[in-house]
Design a protein around this ligand. Structure first.
Ligand code: GAR
Length: 199
């Protein structure tokens, strides 16, 4: 069974969606380790409850590549075959990408390539977009940039706030991320250059 390592900086609701789908037997994968760059991130407790190893690794005083080397070592130690960024708010270094080429996926709360960065929902709202959503993609050397696995769209309402739009998108994130992991775990994804296809 595919071993999954999750990186999460905060609340961990996407992690929870993955854990629930794995526990229900709908994804042939197991989350073996959850790592956070934030001490006390609720995601760690969620991982622990699902009997994954949950680790806070402090980035303090470390260069980006030094920090990522630690993450790679932990992932390898646990035999991880897929790394999932589930609300992970740090940039991944080329060292990490190289170690897990086409084996790292990220969820982003906007329809890439629109609104990359840390405020996808706010940026779409402020731009006046009428449709937004979420994107699951493979991670490459550039931020929010790699081959897109799947996207789910939601309408932006006239009376939306960042909070209401984020909640509507989050509901779709909780479907999109487990679906992408299932496709990966079942060996149903193929990458050709910039494009990812379902086999
Ligand atoms: C999610 O909306 C995710 O898409 C976003 O952070 C939130 C984490 O929520 N990620 C990014 O913005 C990455 N650039 P969660 O901790 O409840 O899963």
């Amino acid at each position: 069974m595919l071993k999954v390592g999750v990186l999460a900086s905060g609340r961990g609701s996407n992690l929870q969606a993955i854990l629930d789908e794995c526990a229900a037997g709908r994804i042939p994968a197991k989350v073996v380790v959850v790592i956070s760059d934030k001490e006390g991130a609720p995601a760690l407790e969620r991982g622990r409850k699902a009997s994954a190893e949950a680790l806070f690794i402090s980035p303090k005083g470390l260069k980006r590549e030094e920090y990522d080397a630690k993450l790679v070592a932990e992932m390898r130690k646990h035999g991880v075959g897929l790394v999932v960024l589930a609300g992970y708010m740090r940039l991944i270094s080329p060292l990490f990408v190289k170690a897990f080429r086409n084996k790292i996926i990220n969820i982003h709360p906007a329809l890439l390539p629109s609104f990359p960065g840390t405020h996808g929902q706010r940026d779409a709202l402020e731009w006046g977009a009428k449709i937004s959503g979420c994107t699951v993609h493979f991670v490459d050397e550039e931020c929010d940039h790699g081959p897109i696995i799947l996207q789910k769209a939601v309408p932006v309402m006239d009376d939306d706030t960042v909070e209401t739009l984020s909640a509507r998108i989050l509901e779709q994130e909780h479907k999109a991320l487990p679906e992408a992991i299932r496709l990966f775990a079942e060996g149903k994804l193929r990458v050709e250059g910039r494009r990812a296809f379902r086999k």
